[in-house]
Design a protein around this ligand. Structure first.
Ligand SMILES: [Zn+2]
Length: 306
């Protein structure tokens, strides 16, 4: 990848919306669509690894290996640690992370079975995670989790803010993926993002949004059908020149974004601005197993020790 050709340091929000189908994200998230139509975001689809289940794919997203390789093959493997993952790699390069996520992520990172009364804000050792908020009820509201995450971001200013809301997965299991409730979960997430993303951008954070797996109308997922496998990948870098700790200086940063464009061409057409580094035009992960490496590359930690 060549995502590392412009100024560092960077800051990234990686938002993993649990159980959000690609077509649902496309059809019901109007704020994200507005950003795409304005040439400020790019969206594509990824085909998730198999089995299309949460715990195995949480592990895949943060360590870059398919379940058959990392060995987390089912949701019941409570307390089993992943031997390596992107948080470690960031830590090895002196970069910090903050995490607001379901407790299974705590288990993958700590190797301990989650205890709500001990681990609510526990920092898994050796991970470089400087702030954490773990939830364990599937109906913990996305609005609360995103506020938790924003609080961590403001407190710690991490290089990576990892956020994992459960709303779409919960609605899908309760009502099926063709239900009004499932669509509403995506609409709600979109409305929350419309309030948070401008703040993230103002602070110099870029957003990569994806999902672990899709959802079937039969209220489950796990298999290879497209509805269970196709997930969104949406990239929304902060506009160049917008206030922030990074991105307002360095080669190309002031001239490649929406505000700095002197002509009226659509900035999604990267050939029109090929002489400038355009964060919107960088290569995106092509597979779910590329995400962890892409994050490391983007944050400047790709060459660190494993
Ligand atoms: Zn699920």
């Amino acid at each position: 990848m060549n995502a590392s050709s412009a100024e560092l340091p960077r800051r990234l929000v990686l938002l993993l919306a649990d159980g959000l189908r690609a077509d649902t994200a496309r059809d019901y998230m109007g704020y994200l669509q507005a950003l795409q139509e304005a040439g400020r975001a790019r969206a594509c689809e990824l085909r998730c690894e198999l089995p299309s289940l949460s715990r195995p794919l949480y592990a895949t997203v943060i360590n870059g290996e398919p379940p058959l390789v990392h060995g987390i093959l089912g949701n019941g493997q409570a307390g089993q640690a992943l031997p390596h993952h992107l948080f470690q790699r960031l830590h090895a390069q002196g970069l910090t992370s903050a995490v607001a996520a379901y407790h299974w992520f705590h288990e993958l990172l700590s190797g301990e079975v989650f205890d709500p009364l001990r681990h609510r804000d526990a920092l898994p050792p050796g991970t470089g995670i400087v702030g954490a908020r773990w939830y364990w009820e599937d109906d913990y509201p996305d609005s609360h989790l995103l506020a938790d995450a924003e609080s961590l971001r403001q407190q710690h200013a991490p290089s990576l803010l990892f956020i994992h809301p459960m709303g779409p997965d919960l609605a899908g299991h309760q009502h099926g993926a063709e239900s009004p409730a499932y669509a509403m979960s995506a609409r709600k997430l979109d409305m929350l993002l419309s309030q948070l993303l401008p703040r993230w951008h103002a602070a110099g954070y870029d957003l990569l949004l994806t999902s672990d797996h899709g959802m079937n109308a039969d209220r489950m997922h796990g298999g290879p059908l497209p509805v269970e496998r196709l997930v969104p990948l949406i990239w929304v870098p902060h506009p160049a020149g917008e206030a922030g700790e990074s991105g307002s200086s360095g080669p190309g940063a002031g001239s490649a974004g929406t505000a700095g464009s002197s002509d009226s061409t659509d900035i999604t057409d990267s050939t029109e601005i090929a002489t400038h580094w355009d964060p919107l035009a960088i290569p995106l992960p092509q597979r779910q197993t590329d995400i962890a490496g892409w994050v490391l590359d983007y944050l400047g930690a790709a060459d660190g020790p494993r």
